[in-house]
Ligand binder design. Sequence first.
Ligand code: IMP
Ligand code: MG
Length: 171
Amino acid sequence: MTEEILITQQQLQDKVKELGAQITKDYEGQELLLVGILKGSVPFMADLMRAIDLELEIDFMQVSSYGSGKKTSGVVKIMKDLDADITGKNILIVEDIIDSGYTLNYLKQYLSNRGCKSLKICTILDKPSRRQVDLTPDYRGFEVDDLFIVGYGLDLDQKLRNLPYISWIKE
Ligand code: IMP
Ligand code: MG
């Protein structure tokens, strides 16, 4: 197994700055709640929140999709829910990668039933070629091919999340 760098630390930094500036502009004068999806969003969330120049709040959710290894099944279970009521809030979900889209499709429905004012999605990576449901992120860092990606939050069997760059695994 070898890994090859796909997106460098510098490229990530530049992209996060760009996304932060866009989000700052789009939500100007409004309240914003960033909802990070554990555990993969942690590095991106930490960088993105500091690139947004607004009075925002953060919260986290943890979900697990049933299925084995690298495949998701479409069945999603909430392991940790939000701490506070989201009625009337602008929610921006922060995710590491959208693959089949099952996870976020489920979360979008789950959260939109709770009376928030708006609900958008920001992902650092997107694999549109793998999509099983109709879902397009509102903010996206990079589009990637159908490769197995690690680093900057993304794991292989819970490891490699701490790589400061993004690699893909050649088997
Ligand atoms: P989805 O429900 O298929 O969109 O899956 C999204 C989740 O699957 C992500 O939040 C990741 O945790 C995981 N995932 C999808 N593709 C990859 C990958 O290439 N590397 C690591 N994790 C991945
Ligand atoms: Mg994830």
